[in-house]
Design a protein around this ligand. Structure first.
Ligand code: GMT
Length: 375
């Protein structure tokens, strides 16, 4: 099989799109392809030396005349420079704007013909897509890419509804590395958090943006904790943190809610958890749900975006309407109170992660897209 030289651009900070882009790069590198990450800082999951992986930092000129530092132009120049020097076959960019638009500019600056693959992750469509000042740029980024993928069927449908691009968009699901995300013995961690054996552990992981509705997580947990001994692990940080802390105090849950802030080794936290709550009002995929499921943690999620494609209602978890705290807490209790249901959902969660979202197959799907463009 031909080995490719691929440039990857993503948001390198904590976030599902950066995680997926980095894991994809690592897996392609393991298969012998040469991967060049081009971004403003080193992607956070690229935390050691990897064979076949290179990193090129985009430096932005802070010259005082510029009211706004010209990051997009600097990125496009860097993409073109790396593509020419390293003889890249293609650029795989994550997010339509600015990354796809920068790649299109880079392609025009390049001495060689490079292909552009764009993956849509959600925020670029479900949030920015509603901003009329950006719709044309998003459409341009999609239509001028050589191939476009979206991380769920729901996101692809929404992209056609909101942006109406004249372009075929293929669904390529997200995946996780199941060599890392698997249940391990983390009893010591449970003891460290002083979680008793009879207490159920509920976990929520997000960037605490309003769209994640972390307050609904706390309200649902309050109902669960009123009828069974339970602890809530809140993982992540973001704009809603202050208001969430206030709500925890108001509901008298200080002893039961553990704020963990941003964490890296999530597989250990999932390994001590019994249930995940992901109650967002927008979620194109819900990578954290898949991570938890791979570790055998069933999920109660909301009926939005791609979540029902990840959580199979009544099979590996439950789907509820956004904001319906009564239904969310009663569904959570149905899983937590019944050992058989919990075991069944847990087993099915692992099977779903290993089959529908099988990493090897999904990486091959991306490779097929690359080869189709280059042949
Ligand atoms: O959820 C976020 O706010 C972060 C955002 C990102 O850019 O990483 O996540 C989006 O992409 C992830 C990876 O494809 C998806 O798992 C998330 O569902 C999606 N977030 C939203 O659609 C809100």
């Amino acid at each position: 099989m031909r080995k490719l030289k691929i440039g990857i651009t993503c948001y390198p900070t904590v976030g599902g799109s950066g995680v997926v882009a980095t894991e994809l790069g690592k897996m392609l590198a393991e298969k012998g392809h040469e991967i060049h990450f081009i971004s403003s800082s080193i992607p956070f999951r690229l935390n050691k030396m990897y064979h076949n992986i290179y990193y090129h930092q985009v430096e932005v000129n802070q010259y005082s005349v510029f009211q706004y530092p010209p990051y997009d132009i600097a990125l496009a120049s860097k993409m073109a420079e790396v593509a020419n020097r390293e003889k890249l076959d293609l650029l795989h960019v994550h997010y339509a704007i600015p990354h796809a638009v920068c790649a299109i500019l880079a392609k025009q600056m390049c001495d060689r013909d490079i292909k552009i693959v764009t993956t849509l992750h959600g925020t670029d469509i479900t949030v920015l897509g509603y901003d009329p000042s950006l719709t044309d740029a998003i459409k341009f980024g999609i239509e001028k890419s050589d191939a476009v993928t979206g991380v769920s069927k729901a996101l692809v449908d929404q992209t056609y509804e909101l942006i109406n691009p004249d372009k075929q968009i293929e669904t390529v699901y997200n995946f996780i590395d199941d060599r890392i995300y698997q249940k391990s013995d983390a009893q010591a961690l449970k003891a460290e958090f002083e979680i008793r054996e009879d207490e159920k552990v509920i976990i929520h992981v997000s960037n605490f943006r309003p769209v994640k509705r972390v307050q609904d997580v706390v309200k649902s947990f309050a109902k669960i904790a009123s009828v069974m001994p339970a602890k809530l692990l809140l993982v992540g940080d973001g704009p809603e943190m202050t208001i969430v802390c206030k709500l925890v105090r108001k509901l008298g849950l200080e002893e039961q809610v553990i704020f963990l802030g941003k964490q890296e080794s999530l597989e250990e936290l999932y390994s001590i958890s019994d249930l995940m709550l992901l109650l967002s009002e927008k979620e194109s995929f819900g990578l954290v749900a898949l991570e938890a499921m791979a570790c055998g943690v069933p999920c109660v999620g909301t009926n939005v975006g791609g979540l029902p494609e990840v959580i199979n209602h009544g099979v590996n978890g439950f789907i509820c309407e956004v904001g319906n705290i009564e239904d969310i807490s009663s569904k959570a209790l149905a899983v937590l109170n019944n050992k058989n249901i919990h075991q069944q959902f847990s087993n099915h969660s692992i099977v779903t992660a290993k089959t529908k979202f099988n990493a090897d197959q999904i990486v091959e799907q991306y490779e097929q897209i690359y080869f189709n463009l280059l042949n």
